[in-house]
Design a binder for this molecule. Structure first.
Ligand SMILES: [Fe+2]
Length: 388
């Protein structure tokens, strides 16, 4: 008899966690084997003192950095192409990815593509596409997150917008995991309250969907549960007072734990959120938070026992699935998050098309209840009408 307890497990990377540790950036680059880093960031972060400080730290450490700062909020194929030009022109041997999820994803994609001859879309996260890559050519990345949400710094994929088809494509390779992460909660202190809420809800969605995803992965489950507990404790505090460093630190850890856990899988929250974000440029974490309760209700029969366990771990007022649903609705309300996708600007006439795209999103397979086009359409309608 064979045992059903099988899985492929991979765990994250070297993480230097703590206030002020961005001062170790040059040392981290050397540890990753980088002498000439291309610093990849977005125009907003590039204007902040932390970007100049990072470049200065690298120079003082004897490294030769240059800056590529044109990453868009949803990074595009042309962003990656321009970054690759900068990488090659400067003969860089690695990337420092500094910023939120977009800059980190772009930095990882640029370092990955630095060693490839095939076009980027050949590495879309479908089946074993990643095996087409030249793994030896992937350049090392040092990731320095400035938001607490996507956890891209401890992830092996990048989400890139295909401008021709207006779809978000997940590009995956195990070698895209950053070699070293500097997790300095002080870098997240300046994040405004709305972005704190939205990115934090992305971390929450990762832990939640990973925990509910099918498959045997007790490491991921344990990490997801503790991530949920950290979000419950720290997200309202970080949202209420952005200077609360302990809450910021808790959220930064939770974000990394979310992306570590979701190698087990995600689900329909992300399947619905990806096409909405691609079509209307809505914030990813915000979109997740809006659709979250409708997906939970759709999955109810399959997740009731796990939801009851979450309610116990989070010490929620009401037990069982209803306790978790109440908690999510209350958290969403306290963070000032919209209740419907209509409020995000999604028009009713697009729901059919969005359902088609959601059903083929790579995350759809992880949903605990099989969800094809009609099921996605039903969830979209509920999220449009605000019908829990
Ligand atoms: Fe996400």
């Amino acid at each position: 008899m064979t045992s059903p307890l099988r899985g492929n497990w991979s765990y994250p990377t070297a993480i230097r966690f703590g206030e002020g540790r961005v001062g170790e950036l040059a040392e981290a680059c050397r540890e990753a084997g980088i002498g000439r880093p291309l610093v990849v960031t977005d125009p907003g972060v590039a204007q902040l003192p932390m970007a100049a400080a990072a470049i200065e730290t690298l120079r003082r450490g004897g490294l030769e950095p240059s800056l590529y700062a044109d990453v868009k909020p949803n990074p595009t194929e042309s962003n990656i192409a321009a970054g690759l030009d900068a990488l090659r022109a400067g003969r860089h041997d690695g990337v420092v990815a500094l910023g939120g999820g977009s800059a980190l994803d772009a930095g990882k994609a640029i370092a990955f593509m630095g060693g490839q001859t095939r076009p980027m879309w050949d590495f879309e996260d479908i089946g074993d596409n990643w095996r087409r890559a030249n793994a030896a050519g992937i350049l090392p990345v040092v990731a320095v997150p400035t938001t607490a949400g996507t956890g891209s710094e401890t992830g092996r994929a990048a989400v890139i917008l295909n401008e021709a088809t207006r779809t978000k494509v997940v590009v995956f390779h195990p070698g895209m995991m950053p070699r070293v992460v500097i997790a300095d909660p002080a870098l997240t202190l300046g994040l405004p309250a709305n972005l704190t809420a939205w990115t934090g809800m992305d971390a929450f969605a990762h832990c939640l969907e990973a925990y509910f995803a099918l498959g045997f992965h007790p490491y991921a489950d344990g990490i997801a549960l503790e991530g949920l507990r950290l979000v419950k404790r720290c997200l309202p505090a970080a949202h209420a007072d952005g200077r609360d460093l302990a809450a910021r630190a808790g959220m930064l850890a939770a974000a990394q734990m979310g992306s570590t856990a979701f190698q087990k899988g995600l689900g329909a929250i992300h399947s619905l959120s990806h096409p909405i974000g691609a079509a209307y440029d809505t914030h990813h974490g915000l979109t997740n938070a809006v659709v979250m309760p409708y997906v939970l209700v759709f999955n109810r029969a399959a997740i009731a026992d796990k939801a009851a366990h979450i309610a116990r771990v989070l010490d929620l007022a009401r037990p069982g699935f209803d306790g978790l649903l109440d908690f999510v609705l209350d958290l969403r309300g306290r963070l000032g998050i919209a209740e419907t996708i209509a409020a995000l600007g999604v028009p009713a006439r697009d729901l059919d098309r969005l359902a088609e795209r959601a059903a083929i999103d790579p995350t759809a397979g992880g949903n605990p209840v099989p969800a094809g086009v009609p099921e996605m359409r039903r969830m979209l309608q509920a999220a449009f009408d605000g019908r829990i």
